[in-house]
Design a protein around this ligand. Structure first.
Ligand code: G3H
Length: 251
């Protein structure tokens, strides 16, 4: 069986003013230094305003930094957007693309997300491609069709296990306190794995993260599911102790 190093990623979303963000990043870097070797990769994705500060605060530590989105273009007249080379330029190594909040708030299609992932790869970043069904889609029994459709279109042909991570986040489990059951998570992750294996030579090596109300109390159970290679954590990533407990689940 392929051994995949787990990743615990924190998506800070539109949270944290400067002092709070620096304090959070500094505390995580200190914990990482104190613990030595970790059982997983640790990534934090702060808002764009904090990226430079967080890169500085985590420099030399095991905590890696990513953006929450990038534009499909490398530069140009796109007010308010951030280009992938800009993220790479300030020291980020990753970028989330296709988070359901961006799909909903900014009407992003899977085609756009594929272009963003390509822009990320071209800039030397790894893309964390997010997919997930709405509650209505689940109720209609369309979960696997929706998720596999998103993976098929959003993940570019040039993806590899090194430059791409998949994050499965059922929309109805995000920020709601409702977590998908182990059986639900297992079913979707297995379906994503099958699609990756069919499409990519190294499909078995891609990491597939679960996201949606992950917290210290449910992390162990979720991370033990086959083909769950880590977590994309929202709310609990804003609290050092909670986020760290989730990281320690991988020890
Ligand atoms: O990107 C993270 C997810 O949207 C999960 O957020 P949550 O842990 O607050 O449910």
């Amino acid at each position: 069986m392929t051994q995949r190093r787990p990743m615990i990623a924190g998506n800070w979303k539109m949270n944290c003013l400067r002092a709070d963000g620096i304090a959070l990043a500094t505390a995580l870097a200190a914990k990482a230094a104190e613990k030595g070797a970790l059982g997983c990769d640790v990534l934090v994705c702060p808002p764009a305003t904090l990226l430079s500060d967080v890169v500085a605060a985590t420099k030399g530590s095991a905590v890696m930094v990513g953006g929450q989105d990038c534009h499909v273009a490398t530069s140009g007249a796109h007010t308010g957007d951030v280009a992938a080379p800009m993220l790479a330029d300030i020291g980020a190594g990753y970028v989330l693309v296709g988070h359901s909040e961006r799909r909903a708030d900014h009407d992003e299609s899977s085609t756009t997300i594929r272009l963003k992932a390509i822009a990320a790869h071209d800039a030397g970043l790894a893309a964390v491609v997010c997919v997930g069904e709405t509650e209505q889609e689940r109720d209609l029994g369309a979960t696997l069709a929706v998720v596999n459709g998103q993976v098929a279109v959003s993940v570019p042909g040039g993806a590899t296990a090194k430059n791409t991570i998949i994050a499965y986040e059922p929309v109805w489990a995000i920020g709601t306190g409702r977590t998908a059951s182990v059986a639900e998570v297992a079913e979707v992750h297995a379906a994503i794995r099958a699609e990756l294996v069919e499409r990519f030579e190294d499909g078995d090596e891609f990491r597939i993260l679960y996201g949606g109300s992950v917290k210290p109390s449910n992390a162990a159970e979720l991370l033990a599911v086959e083909d769950v290679d880590g977590a994309l954590v929202g709310g609990a990533s804003l609290k050092v102790d909670d986020f760290w407990k989730i990281i320690e689940t991988c020890a």
